[in-house]
Design a protein around this ligand. Structure first.
Ligand code: SF4
Ligand code: SF4
Length: 271
């Protein structure tokens, strides 16, 4: 199956490379409000009530355009693709404009926008892509997870090492306990209690002005050994104040892994 990560199905899509999460206010609520307003305004452009220049001006004046990482553009033409606001994407795309491709007016231009495929297309394997698409039906979470290759790969590696087999996306899709475990893991991106809030982060990366760096968890300062979940913790932008915090964090991941492996093995032996 050829997977289209950007627009995989009718239940969600991604617009991360249009800069969606690069706003300082990149909360779910903040982005929802931003996208809904743009979508309403762009409808007026399509119906001829507003010009593209007016659209740009209104957005420029209305929106908080501060970026986390200044080098990455945040495009004002990302909006909702459908009435039910489940899919995000490019409002200049020809499929949104009766065949007219308007992307040349954008910052990157049509060719760059059309030809861009993020590293996840190369790095995620088919099992990872398919499971992710089957399990997450929420654009906000989907975009956050699909672009964090380490977060996905580290978890699948651990699961598959433990099970001694490649995970079957069909099994995950058919056994609720398995898809629930995976969704619980992916959702940690939003619920993780040990998240470092002291500076802007995308997973393991943190930003200072025009610069970015890769974080390191300081195990020494809490008298602990490097965790086997180090890659996962980095992707979750973790900061641990005490050894007990680290132990609690490990037990959260342990719990999900144990439940998944148990469910997977039981299914194996019953079928
Ligand atoms: S970040 Fe990747 S998956 Fe998301 S829209 Fe861009 S190319 Fe597609
Ligand atoms: S023009 Fe469309 S595809 Fe290009 S960056 Fe903007 S929203 Fe994304």
């Amino acid at each position: 199956m050829k997977v289209h990560l950007c627009q995989p199905d009718q239940k969600k899509s991604c617009a991360a490379c249009c800069g969606l999460y690069n706003y300082v206010d990149n909360t779910r609520e903040g982005l929802k409000e931003r996208l809904a307003y743009r979508t309403r305004l762009f409808k007026r452009v399509r119906s001829g009530q507003t010009t593209l220049d007016e659209y740009r001006q209104v957005i420029r004046h209305r929106e908080d355009s501060r970026r986390i990482y200044k080098t990455i553009y945040t495009c004002e033409f990302a909006g909702y693709m459908d009435e039910s606001e489940q899919k995000v994407g490019c409002m200049l795309h020809p499929m949104q404009n009766s065949g007219n491709d308007l992307r040349d007016i954008s910052f990157y231009g049509k060719d760059l926008c059309e030809g861009h495929f993020c590293p996840s297309y190369q790095k995620l394997d088919e099992v990872e892509m398919r499971t992710l698409i089957d399990v997450i039906n929420d654009w906000y979470l989907y975009g956050v997870v699909v672009t964090d290759i380490d977060f996905v790969k580290a978890f699948f590696q651990i699961l598959q090492d433990r099970l001694g087999t490649r995970i079957s996306p069909d099994k995950v899709a058919h056994i609720p306990v398995l898809s629930n475990c995976l969704l619980r893991y992916f959702s940690l991106k939003q619920t993780w209690p040990y998240r470092d809030l002291s500076r802007p982060r995308f997973g393991k990366y943190y930003f200072v002005g025009e610069e970015y760096n890769i974080d390191k968890i300081d195990y020494e300062s809490i008298n602990a050994e490097r965790s086997i979940y180090d890659a996962i913790f980095l992707s979750l932008a973790s900061r641990f104040q005490t050894k007990e915090d680290l132990a609690r964090a490990e037990s959260i991941i342990d719990g999900i892994i144990d439940e998944f492996c148990k469910g997977y093995t039981n299914y194996h032996s019953d079928h």
